[in-house]
Design a protein around this ligand. Structure first.
Ligand code: FAD
Length: 349
């Protein structure tokens, strides 16, 4: 057992000392990310098991509090630093803000949702604050190990590795479990969350990290990492035009389109839609994989999906090993029929 822990986590029932946790809430264009809301709610679930745990939140950038109504569970205080200059991610400003809030509250643990931003910010913070960083932890529920460690797949899912924090201050980035979980923590009842606006803080000198470029999503499109339903297409879609069917299916089901890497390399779809080891990690309730073989690198990005449906003309495609439902057939024949049946079903509803 490691002796460097200042506050052992997980001594359920006899956890008497007060433990303070901070959850980072990320906004983009004023919209708080669903993955951050999920992270907050999961941390609250865990905190409810550990008496004496107080949860704080930090929301940098302007975002309306109204959008969070009824979506956040548990008890706690959320600090909002609503300054316009924090709208866009800037490592220098964000690092300072998080570090100051951690110090102010004397929090011992910092949680992020696993996003592109946190993959940049969390390592920087761990160096600056000399904290243990445990990234991409899939389990932050009641199976979270008592020692504060986490297990996660490495080498594209071929090995499960255990990681233990060695420093008193821990930073976790939590990878998702199925988005909008079927049995979510009840966010509506008993929640008591206070929002506190932080004073604008003095930024001395120019930002050292200039904004290189910002990519805006098309209005009305859902970020694939945030979507509850993902319709993903692979090389077997045959080209850019093949994705029109997937877009229609996504519109019909209220989901987002995703892609495998060759699709992005070919320029058929933008990199923002790539799922996998070198793309985004998604955890939708429903994942429909169309003409995707199911390489380990692709599975690394969708292994936490809820129900997986695979459509592939090769009955031996590895994607069928992880699929709950499989359709062996040509996507160009199966998809129009599926779409038609769905539209008919939805019309009758
Ligand atoms: C370091 C590294 C990182 C990588 N990162 C990623 C990543 O992030 N994401 C990722 O996806 N890949 C990644 N890859 C690539 C990965 O190894 C695979 O090459 C890739 O996932 C294969 O994509 P695919 O399934 O679309 O294509 P393919 O492997 O070519 O599979 C196409 C599938 O479509 C089926 N098919 C063809 N036509 C039809 C049809 N008409 N109807 C139905 N089925 C059809 C075929 O049977 C086949 O199974 C990475 C590779 C490396 C080395």
């Amino acid at each position: 057992m490691n002796t460097l822990y200042s506050e052992p986590i997980g001594k359920r029932g006899n956890h008497t000392t007060m433990t303070k946790w901070l959850v980072f809430l990320e906004q983009r264009e004023g919209i708080v990310k669903q993955s951050s809301i999920d992270a907050w709610n999961r941390v609250q679930e865990l905190a409810a098991l550990l008496p004496g745990t107080v949860v704080y939140g930090l929301l940098p950038g302007p975002a309306s509090i109204g959008q969070l109504e009824g979506r956040l569970a548990g008890k706690g205080v959320i600090y909002q630093a609503g300054e316009e200059r924090l709208r866009l991610y800037n490592p220098q400003h964000y690092m300072r803000l998080v570090a100051d809030t951690l110090t102010k509250e004397d929090a011992s643990t910092l949680f992020f949702a696993d996003t592109a931003l946190s993959r940049d910010l969390a390592p920087r913070l761990s160096v600056r604050l000399q904290a243990s960083l445990l990234s991409g932890c899939p389990t932050l529920d009641d199976t979270w190990p008592d020692d504060g460690g986490c297990r996660r797949p490495v080498y594209s899912g071929s090995v499960i590795a255990s990681f233990l924090p060695l420093r008193p201050l821990r930073i976790y980035t939590t990878s998702s479990r199925p988005t909008h979980s079927a049995a979510p923590f009840d966010a509506s009842s008993g929640a008591h969350i206070a929002f506190v606006a932080l004073e604008p803080y003095a930024i001395t000198g120019e930002a050292l990290f200039p904004l290189v470029r910002q990519l805006a999503m098309h209005k009305g499109t859902t970020d694939v990492a945030e979507a509850g339903i993902v319709i993903a297409g692979g090389r077997g879609m045959g080209g850019q035009e093949g994705f029109a069917l997937l877009e229609e299916l996504a519109r019909t089901l209220g989901g987002a389109v995703g892609a495998s890497r060759p699709v992005v390399d070919e320029g058929w779809r933008p990199h923002a839609e790539q799922i996998g080891q070198t793309g985004k990690t998604v955890a939708p309730l429903l994942y429909i994989a169309c003409a995707i073989s199911g390489s380990p690198q692709h599975l690394a990005g969708m292994g936490s999906a809820g129900t997986v449906v695979a459509i592939n003309r090769d009955p031996h495609a590895p994607i069928f090993d992880v699929a709950d439902y499989g359709i062996v057939g040509d996507v160009h024949i199966v998809l129009p029929k599926l779409l038609e049946a769905l539209q008919e079903f939805l019309q009758k509803k």
